[in-house]
Design a protein. Structure first.
Length: 668
């Protein structure tokens, strides 16, 4: 009886604990109909017949002539299999898809290949009734769908819907079952957080629906377009995390370094992360080297120092959020050999000389590159913690020496004091976005003034559409900008960090009419064109890329301030950054239970309510509101205690037990 009661209580608490679900972009049902007409051409009637609000109506869409077409808008990026109910006896129906409104066309889809456009999906109508796309013709991401009459017979279509295929392992009607939430007084930040969460759901796919990476010319009616087929098994299991929803639909460890923390604070979909990581470790060579990307891309034999390290970071992240030590122990031998492969590249300078330069499609990654060395420094430090957990102290000690060697060598060789930024390597003055963001994120730079200098020098380079990556032909990379965002938060330059989220992710990446207003794009140009420097073919750009979701985890970690310090939150810190915000309410669950932080500031008064799981311990870093340097603090055992703020303007309360706590800070 006791057991049943407590189980019931746990379930009831979990279901009730997710507020703000009205912001969730994931559909409540897997059956999705279009919400608006975007465009229509030639002889047709009742385009509205197929809209969501119109069913059931008895009306039909009639496409009377060859090339008559209607373009429907789903209002957000979705994924799935097209279904039609046709009342004509014969004819030919073409369907084209596109994520961006830029590539709406009745002749072709947007693109998945390096050149050209993808062929329409063609339904040859031989009798009235229902038609469904074959499983390999799932379209991984589109907001717009065009129905076109490709034949001479009149077409009559009674119904059209998409069976939503992302998150294949979650049951019907549970796609909105998030474990986390975020709400603030700023709608832009709220929308960005939920769009990041949804982007990561859209890139979580059925592993048998990977891209074949083979393009064959389309059939003769399709005018030079390319056939596409999602027919390749990329991992084991029933779901996997990939990079992009439309393409490449591959496991890329670099992309996971941003997507995994975002998933952890939104859906806690750990199994898809695990299936993806397992697929990379299945490809590890006997020398310890991990692939640039998963199957079938690995067959191209490209080696990447940084993506090798990102696969190791993936395992550390999985352990961090799951607390699953058996998983870590299972991977430990492979993890160690992976580090050994990487540290062999360290030369007499103390830095790694990069000879496997493939990266996030920026070039010139050779030599003593600052990004690669910062990521190595970061991975070694994760390794030191993991080695101690695995009782492997001599390994931890050796890695600690290598890590301090990198730190000691990088600053004298690569720091440019007059610029306030590191250079890419010793033969250039180019100051990369990736290496400078990573130098802060990794903890390689410890001096607060140097961190602040990097943050302000990066900010000084922003253009109207976001933060540039001069190392990649001035692309704007929402991937690397996710690390830059963390660097601004770590510098405690909160207003700068929030400005980047608002300008780049909300005003441009959501609100620009060429975007999907729901998922985040892979890359674009500093001029705001949807051209991404590494690609010749603009329609190929992915509009749902997990690597572009950095703000989701950053808002939870830095603005709500909830930091998991060890396995699944056994220890934690809550250190809110206020910026110009007045209210924030956020939380998430791990296997240990619920973590939440709800705060508000009114003039000189700051209030904070937190919940953390029983059995955990943590620290609170209370901000002093306004510009006060002193405050009276109540909560965590203190009652009107007068305290001085530290250099960063905080009062710290240590050794808190998990549970519910409230704090009141009155600036004095
Ligand atoms: C079909 O219609 C589109 C407008 O939707 C037009 O741009 C295109 O040229 C037409 N194609 C043919 C073959 O008539
Ligand atoms: C197509 O179906 C229509 C009736 O819907 C019929 O009149 C026409 O003959 C059919 N055409 C062919 C080629 O079967
Ligand atoms: C999922 O969410 C639905 C409604 O949003 C709720 O009824 C259901 O209980 C949830 N299921 C789980 C397993 O939490
Ligand atoms: C393809 O192009 C040919 C001639 O260029 C045209 O006759 C045909 O209608 C086109 N088909 C489509 C589907 O646009
Ligand atoms: C997958 O599709 C491609 C065309 O895109 C085709 O060449 C290949 O044979 C297909 N593979 C399988 C296993 O069906
Ligand atoms: C699936 O698991 C088997 C057994 O571990 C392994 O040999 C195979 O490579 C895995 N497949 C993929 C795509 O990772
Ligand atoms: C050093 O950096 C510059 C600027 O990114 C690049 O052009 C050059 O190729 C790099 N050197 C090597 C050896 O990769
Ligand atoms: C890095 O190693 C390559 C290959 O061994 C060598 O040619 C190059 O000079 C080295 N670069 C530096 C900066 O030492
Ligand atoms: C490893 O080092 C830690 C301190 O860092 C110590 O507590 C532990 O006992 C050591 N373990 C072994 C097996 O030496
Ligand atoms: C930012 O604030 C944190 C917490 O107060 C502090 O530990 C850190 O040193 C500060 N960083 C910088 C660069 O000022
Ligand atoms: C974008 O989506 C939000 C909801 O997330 C909606 O309020 C807004 O109107 C949409 N903007 C456009 C231009 O459709
Ligand atoms: C804090 O001080 C800064 C710099 O003097 C000033 O711009 C800001 O308005 C002050 N904030 C408050 C809340 O007083």
């Amino acid at each position: 009886m006791q057991l049943f009661l407590s189980l019931f209580t746990i379930i009831a608490t979990t279901a009730a604990a997710i507020p703000y679900s009205q912001y969730i972009l994931a559909p409540s049902s897997r059956t999705i109909r279009p919400v608006a007409i975007y465009d229509q051409h030639d002889v047709l009637t009742s385009a509205v017949a197929l809209l969501a609000g119109h069913k059931p109506s008895g009306q039909t869409l009639l496409l009377d002539a060859f090339n008559s077409s209607v373009t429907y808008d789903f209002g957000k990026n979705i994924a799935g299999l097209v279904n039609l109910v046709v009342s004509s006896q014969n004819g030919s129906i073409g369907i084209t898809f596109t994520e961006s409104s830029l590539w709406v066309s009745s002749a072709a889809c947007d693109a998945t290949a390096d050149s050209g456009l993808d062929a329409p999906l063609v339904f040859d109508v031989t009798s009235s009734g229902s038609y469904e796309a074959s499983p390999d013709k799932e379209r991984g991401a589109f907001r717009y769908l065009t129905v076109v009459n490709l034949g001479t017979a009149k077409l009559s279509i009674k119904d059209l819907w998409v069976h939503f295929t992302a998150m294949p392992h979650w049951e019907e009607n549970t796609l909105q079952n998030y474990t986390g939430w975020f709400h603030s007084n700023d709608e832009k930040l709220n929308r960005v957080w939920y769009a990041g969460a949804y982007t990561n759901q859209l890139v979580t796919i059925d592993p048998t629906r990977g891209d074949a990476l083979e393009s064959v010319p389309g059939n003769s009616s399709a005018n030079g377009t390319l056939e596409w087929s999602l027919n390749t098994t990329i991992t084991n299991g029933t779901s996997t995390l990939t990079d992009g929803a439309k393409r490449d639909r591959l496991v890329w460890s670099g992309d996971m370094s941003i997507a995994v923390p975002g998933i952890a604070v939104t859906t806690l979909d750990l199994i898809s992360i695990r299936n993806a990581l397992d697929s990379l470790f299945n490809l590890q060579t006997t020398t310890g080297q991990l692939p640039y990307a998963g199957y079938p891309f690995n067959e191209r034999g490209i080696v990447s120092f940084t993506y090798h390290l990102y696969a190791l970071i993936g395992v550390a992240n999985y352990y961090h959020w799951s607390g699953d030590q058996s998983y870590l122990t299972d991977k430990w031998a492979g993890w160690k050999s992976g580090i050994e492969w990487a540290v062999q590249q360290i030369d007499s300078t103390g830095l790694a000389n990069i000879t496997a330069p493939a990266d996030w499609l920026r070039f010139g990654m050779g030599g003593h590159n600052i990004e690669a060395n910062s990521i190595l420094f970061y991975t070694l430090n994760l390794g030191i913690e993991l080695a101690r957990i695995e009782n492997d102290n001599s390994t931890a000690d050796r890695w600690a020496r290598l890590a301090s060697g990198i730190q000691a060598a990088a600053i004298p060789l690569l720091w440019q004091p007059s610029v306030g930024l590191f250079r890419d390597n010793e033969t250039t003055t180019l100051a990369p976005q990736d290496g400078n963001a990573w130098a802060v994120k990794s903890g390689l730079v410890t001096s607060p003034s140097q961190v602040a200098q990097i943050s302000s020098a990066l900010q000084a380079r922003w253009g109207p559409y976001g933060a540039p990556a001069p190392e990649a032909a001035d692309a704007v990379s929402p991937f690397i900008s996710g690390f830059e965002l963390e660097a601004h938060f770590m510098a405690n330059r909160t207003d700068t960090a929030l400005a980047l989220v608002r300008n780049m992710w909300a005003d441009f990446m959501l609100d620009d009419p060429r975007m999907t207003n729901s998922t985040f794009i892979e890359g674009y140009s500093v001029t705001g064109e949807l051209h991404y420097a590494p690609y010749a073919n603009d329609p190929r750009i992915s509009h749902a890329h997990g690597w572009a979701t950095g703000p989701t985890s950053s808002l939870t970690t830095f603005v709500a301030g909830i930091q998991i310090l060890s396995d699944a939150g056994a220890t934690w810190a809550i250190v809110p950054q206020l910026g110009d915000l007045s209210h924030v309410d956020a939380g998430f669950s791990t296997s240990r239970g619920l973590f939440s932080s709800k705060w508000s500031v009114h003039g000189s008064v700051f209030q904070l309510q937190i919940t953390t799981p029983k059995g955990t311990t943590g620290t609170i870093g209370l901000p002093l509101p306004g510009n006060h340097t002193k405050a009276s603090v109540t909560g965590g055992g203190l009652q009107d205690a007068v305290a001085e703020g530290d250099a960063a303007g905080r009062v710290w309360v240590d050794g808190l037990e998990g549970g519910d706590h409230e704090f009141l800070v009155n600036g004095l």
